[in-house]
Each structure stands twice: as C-alpha cells, then as structure tokens.
Design a protein around this ligand. Structure first.
Ligand SMILES: Nc1ncnc2c1ncn2[C@@H]1O[C@H](COP(=O)(O)OP(=O)(O)OP(=O)(O)O)[C@@H](O)[C@H]1O
Length: 156
C-alpha cells in the first residue's frame, strides 16, 4: 500500500509544515488511521529522544521557517547546506509515530524538484542516510550536507 502511494504524485503545496503533514497522510493513508497527524507520545531511537509532543508544533514551525532560504539558494552547495539544516530539524522533531524517514526523503525530492534539481535515487543507501541523520541529531551536519549534494543533480 505504501509503495503504491509512493508512486502516485505527491500532494502539491508550499512545502511548509501543513504540506509536510499532507505528504505523510498521502503516503500512509492506507496504513495508519493517524496518517498526517502529529504524535502525542514521546518517542526516541538509539538513545536519542525526539522532540516532546508538547513542543512539536513550535519546533516544526521553527524548522520549516528555513524553507524560503532553501528555495532561494544560489548554488547546489548552498541548497545542500540549507536543506541539511532543515532536514535535521524535521528529523529532530519526528512529528509522526512512524513513517518519518520515508516522508523526509519524499519531501527532500520535492524540495529539490521545486528549484530544478533532480534526485538521484541510486545514491539512497539506507545505512548512509541513517548515519547522516544520527550525526545531524548531534549537530554534525557535514555528512547530511554531502549526502544531499550527492542526491541532487542538475537536470539534463
Ligand atoms: N538514533 C537516531 N537518531 C536520530 N535519528 C535517527 C536515529 N535512528 C534513525 N533515525 C532517523 O529516523 C528516521 C526514521 O524514522 P521512522 O522510523 O519514523 O521512519 P520510517 O519511515 O518508519 O522508517 P525508515 O526511514 O527506516 O523507513 C530516518 O530519517 C532515520 O535516519
């Protein structure tokens, strides 16, 4: 079910938090009753606790305030650096109980496409994605920046 939804066009929007929740809803509408809704329980992974639910709304709005700077990046390097900060913030928030990783990647592809970058799925090595995200949780953004640089490519 998730895979067939992932092949459909994603909902369009302004790439803000509400749009992000609609992307999660689209991908997981057949799987979870709560698709698109923020979680109300505390969750963590590998000893890292994601944002407590009572602060999620505020932290997500803070993270998504970076969308405009990302979309006005002058170079691919700028885009990768700014998108890494944005993605790190979204991951630290982890607004849904499940499906955060897949929503992050679908959103990143949409973000890149919006300013004319491609998205090279072949570079999506799951171990590399996870280790870059874990590093970003501790504020080390270089692995995620490099990953995003490798994922995007100029059209043609
Ligand atoms: N220890 C950790 N610290 C911070 N982020 C982590 C950690 N482990 C995994 N992540 C990140 O959490 C996200 C996965 O979250 P979640 O399990 O909600 O998503 P999913 O889509 O259900 O799973 P997956 O991404 O494995 O398909 C990924 O971006 C992953 O890189």
């Amino acid at each position: 079910m998730y895979l067939s939804r992932a092949e459909e066009p994603l909902p369009t929007g302004d790439l803000g938090y509400e749009h992000y929740r609609r992307i999660h809803h689209h991908l997981f509408q057949d799987v979870y009753d709560w698709a698109g809704q923020r979680r109300s329980v505390r969750i963590g992974k590998g000893g890292n606790w994601f944002c407590y639910p009572e602060h999620l709304s505020r932290e997500m709005h803070r993270a998504f305030s970076l969308v405009d700077p990302v979309l006005t990046s002058a170079t691919a390097q700028n885009f990768a650096e700014r998108a890494a900060i944005l993605l790190a913030g979204i991951n630290a928030g982890h607004p849904f109980r499940e499906g955060n990783g897949r929503t992050q990647l679908a959103y990143l592809a949409l973000l890149a496409a919006t300013i004319g970058y491609g998205f090279n799925q072949d570079m999506l090595d799951p171990d590399r994605v996870i280790s870059a995200m874990i590093a970003s949780f501790s504020g080390e953004l270089l692995p995620l920046t490099q990953l995003i640089s490798d994922l995007i490519r100029n059209p043609g």
